[in-house]
Design a protein around this ligand. Structure first.
Ligand SMILES: Nc1ncnc2c1ncn2[C@@H]1O[C@H](COP(=O)(O)OP(=O)(O)O)[C@@H](O)[C@H]1O
Ligand SMILES: [Mg+2]
Length: 439
């Protein structure tokens, strides 16, 4: 076994301990999710498209995850024998497109029989070539992650995987989920044209987002693409985390992308392509979202490529110390540059400049403690979502539920943002990547 593999195994153990803290029920969910991901990956490795019978079996297992309340019976007969019929999107009345992203088109829909409101996501067939054949697998993964935590009030709820004879995505399947509207947070922030949210309102949203993220992490799921465009806003200003399409399970053998997300919200270790990144990447992204809520604009971290972005981050929060730098498992080519930069910052007496960007007028001392904790470069020292919720900013302000001014006053829902996906090729210097701005 190679040294790298051994290190990954040790880290996986640490992560598992960190992630699986939710007791018996959550451990069952986490291992079922990993088993489903491994099964999907196994089919991918076999290099053949999934048959309709395999999709039906996997979607039935996903239904089981959604309904998991207790460990499965020990006979092992349950999932192998039971196969439910898949529903069809034909059972839903199409009420028009409500959003589009790099991978998916989302329709609002109403169930013809029950009248239940829903959103139906179909993966597009025109996305990046490197993932072209993976539409059905990506859809099943997203469904599985959503099923695992969709019952949480701050995560979009899962309804079903449905056959979609009209969808051109290889195989023709769609994800039916809870409709959450009228907007996404990216749209809300755009409409506010740089006006910051009042601190109490930002805290209310952050409480919900951190709570949703903590629930995901308890199930061993890392979202990897938390950003305003993937946060849905309900009319009464409640928020829900959506788009779990790039998520991974901490317990699956090999996630399909070793690096994924949106550059402006990527944690330093993700920018350094640390393959075994964990839930800490979501905490960083939530820190970026929090800063955007209270200042009305993105942190000035957005670089023209991964390294530029990383340097912009270090310019604000400081170059990490040697131990923290090593913890991010960077490529050794970068060591000299970073060492010189660290020495220069030391000489000039560089201090963390985050407070200049997020001053006390927009964020109190308690709030800043949370922000600084989330935007800590060392992933091992970064505040976890669950720990952030225990900070005084939240603990001393439990009456945030009263909303005076609605922030989501638009009925339009349109995708905004920049998404980057890097495919999982072995050589970190030979990658193909896709980067698109869609408006
Ligand atoms: N459950 C939902 N209810 C209402 N609108 C949604 C829902 N899910 C997604 N959307 C809208 O569709 C857009 C694209 O969906 P998303 O899942 O982010 O696709 P992609 O994976 O292509 O980025 C979102 O930004 C949002 O505006
Ligand atoms: Mg999205």
């Amino acid at each position: 076994m190679s040294e790298a593999t051994t290190t990954m195994d040790v880290d996986a153990g640490t992560r598992a301990k960190r992630a699986a803290t939710g007791g018996e029920e959550r451990t069952v969910v986490a291992s079922r999710v990993a088993a489903i991901c491994d099964m999907i990956e196994h089919h991918r490795e076999a290099g053949k498209p999934l048959t309709s019978s395999q999709v039906a079996t996997i979607s039935s297992m996903i239904d089981d995850v959604a309904g998991t309340k207790a460990p499965p019976p020990r006979t092992g007969r349950r999932s192998s024998k039971k196969k439910r019929c898949m529903i069809s999107v034909g059972s839903y009345e199409d009420e028009g497109v409500v959003g589009e992203g790099r991978f998916g088109v989302v329709f609002r829909a109403r169930h013809r029989g029950t009248g239940q409101d829903a959103a139906v996501k179909s993966y597009r067939s025109d996305y990046d070539d490197s993932i072209k054949d993976d539409g059905t697998r990506m859809l099943l993964r997203e469904a599985c992650f959503m099923a695992a935590c969709g019952a949480h009030p701050s995560v979009v709820g899962f309804h079903a995987v449905a056959c979609n004879p009209w969808s051109s995505n290889n195989g023709g399947y769609s994800l039916v989920m809870e409709y959450v509207g009228p907007s996404n947070l990216g749209q809300v922030l755009d409409d506010r044209e740089g006006r910051p949210l009042p601190e109490a309102e930002a805290r209310r949203m952050m409480r919900q987002l951190l709570d949703g993220a903590a629930a995901m992490h308890q199930h061993g799921i890392v979202h990897r693409d938390i950003k305003p465009g993937n946060i849905l806003v309900v009319a009464d200003n409640n928020v829900k985390i959506g788009d779990l399409g790039l998520a991974k399970s901490m317990h699956e053998k090999a996630a399909p992308f070793f690096m994924a997300g949106t550059r402006g919200y990527m944690a330093p270790e993700m920018l350094l392509w640390t393959e075994d990144h964990d839930a800490a990447v979501d905490a960083w992204s939530l820190g970026c979202v929090m800063a955007e809520l209270v200042t009305g604009k993105m942190l000035p971290f957005e670089g023209k490529d991964e390294m530029d972005q990383l340097y912009k981050i270090f310019d604000v929060v400081g170059v990490p110390g040697k131990r923290a730098w090593r913890a991010m498992k960077p490529h050794e080519d970068l060591d000299d540059d970073v060492q010189q930069w660290r020495a220069r910052q030391r000489r000039l007496g560089h201090r963390n400049r985050l407070r200049e960007m997020v001053p006390e007028e927009v964020l109190s001392r308690d709030g800043f403690e949370v922000l600084k904790g989330l935007l800590t470069t060392d992933p091992k020292k970064r505040l976890t979502a669950a720990d952030a919720l225990r900070c005084p900013w939240f603990a001393n302000n439990s009456n945030d539920d009263v909303v005076d001014t609605p922030v989501a006053d638009t009925a339009a829902s349109r995708f905004q943002g920049q998404q980057v996906v890097v495919t999982g090729l072995a050589d970190r210097h030979v990658i193909r990547w896709a980067c698109a701005r869609i408006s």
